[in-house]
Ligand binder design. Structure first.
Ligand code: DSN
Length: 423
């Protein structure tokens, strides 16, 4: 058990909990974190999250609240809203959704009735639960029709998307997802949505930081609504935002509050504002481009090691590895890599014959390692660790995993992580 000196009051009040946090700090510091939806926030974002803003209730919106004492909270929220509009070129921003799933639920509440048809990429093909997948409320309360990717290319087939949309006439079409390694063609989706008179929602949770930093095309002006979490490539706190044209603003605001949520999490709103400020800095632009450069370099090295990558590579921060030909199930590989200090998640691959809880692939990404300053020169080493780790997973070589873990720890020690105590 490690005790952190960075949280003195917490350590005095609740040493047991403080020790757990210290252990997590150590883990995040020592390991190569490659889950593509995770990152390290700055010390400034962490500080904003841990403030007295958590003490305040603020149902409503700036200037229209149901509780008094909003002199400062209104200004915090307005700052976050204005920054969100500037960073993403949006006419309207709502920064109150608690996270990505509630943000997407608000979209349904705003633009569909229970039983309506909605369309999104299927979960095993790279979509998200809330894009109409069966086990989610969105696939239970609505009639979800799902598109996928082509088996031969791993890419979205727009003829299929259009055909399905014309046949099913969905009220809402979602594009984006959680395991999409390629650039999202927002214009192509918008053309289809217009043809069938559907609301196009771009879920950019994974790529929001890349969009903000100019390393992925913007969903505006193509999408009617943009939904995003704030804690992935955008490097903010755990939260979400809905961005839109003015014409959709009223319906979205009403859906978030009072439709779905109570009081906004003001400490989160403040931290979102800080992250958005950071996203306007030239260094963030460099960061976003480095995330992509690292992912491309890593994909190239993995291909040289003989790995199969869905769609043959990546355009963004994410790589989906199909381990079928390695003869190692994704879960076995992910757990072995974890023991080697490389944190990834097991994931289905398109047309996966295996079950979601024991799929064929692993999903990796470069947002966190780029936040620690690793560059393209180091990606061959990362690929080599993954190659050795997957091989060791296959033959149960725990010594090999321990050796990788020691090497990873050494390299990570030379790249301190933002927001984590040093020394
Ligand atoms: N859990 C997120 C991810 O890892 O992509 C999606 O909600």
């Amino acid at each position: 058990m490690t005790v952190s000196l960075s949280h003195p009051a917490l350590s005095a009040e609740d040493p047991e909990l403080a020790a757990l946090i210290a252990d997590e700090e150590q883990l995040q510091s020592d390991t190569l974190r490659m889950i593509p939806s995770e990152n390290y926030v700055s010390q400034a974002v962490l500080e904003a999250t841990g403030t007295v803003l958590t003490n305040k209730y603020s149902e409503g919106y700036p200037g229209r609240r149901y509780y008094e004492g909003q002199q400062n909270i209104d200004r915090v929220e307005l700052l976050a809203v204005e920054r969100a509009k500037t960073v993403f070129g949006a006419e309207h921003a709502n920064v109150q959704p608690y996270s990505g799933s509630p943000a997407n639920l608000a979209v349904y509440l705003a633009f569909a009735e229970p039983g309506d048809t909605v369309m999104g990429m299927s979960l095993p093909m790279g979509g998200h639960l809330t894009h109409g997948w069966g086990v989610s409320a969105t696939g239970t309360w609505f009639r979800g029709v799902q598109y996928g990717v082509r088996a031969d290319t791993g890419l979205t087939d727009f003829d299929e998307v259009r055909e399905l949309a014309v046949k099913e006439r969905p009220k809402i079409i979602f594009c984006g997802g959680t395991a999409v390694p390629r650039t999202i063609d927002f214009a192509a989706f918008a053309e289809i949505a217009r043809e069938v008179d559907a609301v196009l929602v771009a879920d950019i949770a994974h790529i929001a930081g890349l969009v903000a930093g100019g390393a992925h095309p913007s969903p505006f002006p193509h999408a009617d609504v943009v939904s995003t979490t704030t804690h992935k490539t955008l490097r903010g706190p755990r939260g979400a935002m809905l961005l839109s044209h003015e014409s959709k603003a009223k319906a979205l605001d009403k859906a978030v509050f009072p439709g779905l949520q109570g009081g906004p999490h003001n400490h989160t709103t403040a931290a979102i504002a800080v992250a958005l400020h950071e996203a306007t800095q030239p260094s963030f632009r460099d960061y976003a481009h480095s995330v992509v450069a690292n992912a491309k370099a890593l994909a190239e090295s993995l291909l040289e090691h003989g790995f199969e990558l869905v769609s043959g590579g990546t355009d963004n921060h994410l790589i989906l590895m199909d381990l079928t030909r390695n003869g190692v199930p994704g879960k076995v590989a992910a757990k072995a890599l974890d023991r080697a200090g490389i944190v990834v998640n097991y994931n289905t691959v398109p047309f996966d014959p295996r079950k979601p809880f024991d799929p064929s692939g692993i999903r990796i990404g470069t947002p966190s390692l780029t936040s620690r300053g690793l560059g393209t020169d180091q990606m061959p080493l990362v690929a080599q660790w993954i190659d050795r780790g997957v091989a060791a997973a296959g033959n149960g070589d725990e010594d090999a995993l321990a050796k990788i873990r020691a090497e990873v720890r050494d390299v990570m020690a030379a790249h301190p992580a933002p927001g984590l105590p040093t020394g």
